[in-house]
Design a protein around this ligand. Structure first.
Ligand code: HEC
Ligand code: HEC
Length: 332
């Protein structure tokens, strides 16, 4: 199952071939670079996950897997294979070395996590256009330190047009279903981040802190979501008290600052024609997109239509709008 992690033991054959190739000044392909002696891991300060570590399972399945299998970049575990259509190879396994399996970050069902993007049920043409925009340098993150948007760009650059169409066809075939629970609150659990996702602090460090002008999204269950990538358990989004009503006012009337979202995103904000759905999707993702449009970091083919929407919005307005659209309920 695991194709990324070395499974221990030195392959003398390969090692000899490598030294020979090096001595001859030959270029070593990326595929060879995978054959790393685990005993050198300390020098890189990396920890290899044991391929045969303890097995984990989830409610609703009898299968169990190791952590390495669950987060295998080129073929992560598909916990519920009967719950979605057959994944195209590029979605399930990616393609070494540049294209990581889409299912790793966006899950086989496309629900995604706050640090990446909800891609289930997006219109097919819109989906394809985003990958072209990433490729052509028309879609990046305004935040340079958001490393995984750069990973997404590398992935789009590595994909063929055919693979782009296959992935778009697959994810657009599944309609969006309920995922985000919005809670207005004065205080949020103190947290740390793991690769772009907030998780509550534990033990002596645990406690509450003021939410301030922030939206903090956390997994409903840290172990099941963060560690085991349960594609059935979503996120709770803590938002400031009053933000949903303020966002609703702007989103439904324009408030003299913006344009009503339903004109283009559909009456229920579930998408209309080529325009993507935004209801009940990760509010941190929505916020990043609004800000990316405003700063121009995202200026793809259809991005001009979003310019009059965002130009006059403050950061707080965008936060309120994100809280509102995430709070909308969608059909089961
Ligand atoms: C390393 C994690 C990762 C993997 C693997 C990954 N993506 Fe992404 N994807 C992201 C991130 C991060 C974003 C952008 C989030 C942001 O900028 O806020 C994104 C955004 C997208 C979007 C834009 C969604 C929208 O609503 O506009 C699409 C489409 C997409 N990815 C498709 C794919 C496909 C197809 C694959 C597999 C070939 C894939 N991704 C693999 C992390 C990933
Ligand atoms: C004039 C039409 C129009 C209006 C009005 C409009 N949008 Fe959009 N929106 C679009 C189009 C078109 C896109 C796709 C842009 C692209 O391809 O980059 C988009 C994209 C988005 C995205 C990115 C979605 C994703 O999956 O990445 C968000 C978030 C968004 N709009 C939010 C809003 C909100 C909130 C409002 C109301 C305050 C709004 N839009 C009003 C046309 C519109």
């Amino acid at each position: 199952m695991t194709k990324t992690e070395p499974d221990g033991g030195i392959d003398m054959g390969i090692t000899k071939q490598l030294s020979l190739a090096l001595a001859c000044g030959l270029a070593i392909g990326a595929a060879h670079a995978q054959q790393i002696d685990v005993d050198t891991d300390w020098a890189y300060a990396v920890r290899s996950q044991p391929a045969d570590g303890p097995e984990h399972s989830l409610p609703g399945t009898n299968e169990s897997y190791t952590r390495a299998e669950i987060s295998d970049i080129y073929g992560p575990v598909d916990w519920f294979p009967d719950s979605h259509p057959t994944m195209p190879d590029i979605v399930a396994n990616g393609r070494f070395p540049k294209v990581w399996a889409c299912a790793l970050c966006h899950y086989p069902n496309g629900k995604g996590r706050p640090e990446n993007a909800p891609i289930q049920g997006l219109p097919k043409e819109y989906f394809m256009q985003q990958l072209y925009d990433f490729r052509e340098g028309r879609r990046a993150s305004a935040q340079q330190r958001k490393f995984n948007t750069n990973t997404m760009i590398t992935i789009a650059l590595g994909m063929t047009d055919e693979e782009i169409e296959q992935a778009a066809e697959y994810y657009s075939s599944m309609p969006w279903t309920p995922w985000i629970r919005v809670v207005e609150t004065e205080e949020v659990p103190k947290s740390r981040t793991i690769l772009g996702m907030y998780v509550p602090l534990e033990g002596d460090a645990a406690g509450m802190e003021p939410i301030g002008n922030r939206i903090i999204e956390m997994p409903e269950d840290v172990e099941r979501v963060e560690e085991l990538r349960d594609p059935r358990l979503g996120f709770v989004a803590y938002v400031p008290v009053g933000s949903v009503a303020k966002g609703e006012e702007l989103a439904t009337t324009g408030g003299g600052k913006t344009v009503q979202c339903n004109v283009c995103h559909g009456q229920d904000l579930m998408g209309l024609g080529l325009v993507p759905g935004i209801a009940d999707r990760s509010p941190s993702y929505i916020m990043r997109q609004l800000y990316d449009f405003q700063t121009g970091a995202r200026n793809g083919a259809a991005g001009a239509l979003m310019q009059p929407v965002v130009t006059n919005l403050t950061v707080e307005d965008m936060l309120n709008i994100s809280a509102y659209v995430a709070s909308l309920s969608v059909p089961e």
